[in-house]
Design a protein around this ligand. Sequence first.
Ligand code: ATP
Ligand code: MG
Length: 555
Amino acid sequence: MYWVKYFCEIRLRSYQAVRRGEQEIPKYFNFASDVLDKWSEIEKAGKRPSNSAFWWISGKGEEVKWSFEELGFLSRKVANVLTKVCGLQKGDRIIVVLPRIPEWWLVNVACMRAGIVLIPGTSQLSAKDILYRLQASKAMCIITDDTVAPAVDSVASECQFLKTKLIVSKGSREGWLNFSELNQSADHSCVKTRIEDSVNIFFTSGTTGSPKMTEHSHGSLGFRPLLSERYWLDLTPSDVIWSTADTGWILTSLTSVFDPWVFGSCIFVHQLPQIESATILNTLCRFPIDTLVGVPTLYRMLVQNDLSSYKFMNLKHCMSGGEPLNPEVMEKWKSQTGLDIHEVYGQTETGIICSVFKGMKIKPGSMGKAAPLFDVQVVDKNANILPPGQQGEIAVRSKPIRPLGLFSEYIDNPKKTAESERGDFYVTGDRGTMDEDGYFWFIGRDDDIIISSGYRIGPFEVESALMEHPAVAEAAVVSSPDPLRGEVVKAFVVLSATFSSSDREHLACELQEHVKKTTAPYKYPRKVEFVQQMPKTITGKIKRHELRNKEWGRM
Ligand code: ATP
Ligand code: MG
């Protein structure tokens, strides 16, 4: 395992030296040539376990397995498709809207090789969403499949920068080049990219408004994991990691591209046209997956099942991020599977900035401690650091040195970029506290905080209290107008199946009493409304602002 050791040593040495300020971050870095091709050499020398680098299943019997060498070979061919056939050059932007199919990973690596900036999008985008993204990004090329192509065609005439459309399809479509028919040679030399060159642009989830274009560099996504001494994923080359996130979000790029491949691990992908409990649970039983990454909605869905009939083959490590995870869900998962859920916290802008690392004491409801390279603090309105226990805004020190991992800017939006800076910090817009042990606790998005009779109430705590009641499958808490108190706490509740025909009035009182008992009584929801489902973003996040706007008659 000489190479593996060498690789890890280099990683640690440069981390320590860079942290000590003795060594500069390299000027040039490209993940494809500096990491993936290195693993390919290690593999060729027989120094890596026989594990695949990439393992994909369709769920209908199809399977693809690539070694690092195969990934290199195929991605070079695609790099030639992008440059020679589509005429794309270093720095050009491409939008890729594909489901979880192997081509998505090939295009990712091919873009790195050619220096093309990849903008991922989810397959659930509407024609209007696609128009917004194509116009805002000025992308010159789009790659998608049969499902999304008609939506692209309906808006393409309004996108003056769009030159080439590539379709991943068994058939053909007028005006589109067929991705699989474009056979190019595998002779391609990886371009030299500066560490600050853009590698990906992500649109944020749009939970609070229009999605923002967030730029990340080769250093931010590719080099950062090499530097992180104690790493939030903590994988080895023989590990298999499965992230169920959609291809449109940074979470997939972090947990299903850059970070696992830094460790030479195997990235497992299930096409998952629909996220169904049975499919997820059966996959965990049939495949040697060590690490599972999912959003809280996934775990909330899984714990509604009787898990005792499932025996997971290898699962040891579970992670959740993107939204707060209620301690109740964590407990249910642990009692049925014996496994903890490790929470991670971050944003499109920051990647993962807090995490419950492997082996660390878990404090249910906390998002863990600051991730390596990030100085995370809780600050007040004037960017003063607040002492442990005091509520404020979660922020990342960005001056004098902007840490690797933090986005470069909101593209074409200097005003928003400037608004995200306060003193020496980048402010997240999320409220929280840090305790004496350095653990962070999420209270809510700044806009979601409810101020009732002078009290500041974070929705997450009330939602978690509600979730402890067996009748509640999902809960969202927002402010609602009140003539006396200004605003009061209102809970929207989706009932679990067994309680769906219960008496609503009685249940509402019971839930109110329950919250009064489990948290400070002033936090109990004075209003309760039962709903069939919550309004959610495509990422599966509850859109509290939509519920709140409705309450306040703003829509
Ligand atoms: P937009 O910025 O467009 O309104 P968004 O903030 O939802 O959308 P993302 O960057 O996908 O876009 O999400 C980041 C946000 O998700 C964080 O700011 C935080 O509010 C929430 N979040 C992520 N992880 C966690 C977590 N572990 N606990 C609580 N909240 C989380
Ligand atoms: Mg945001």
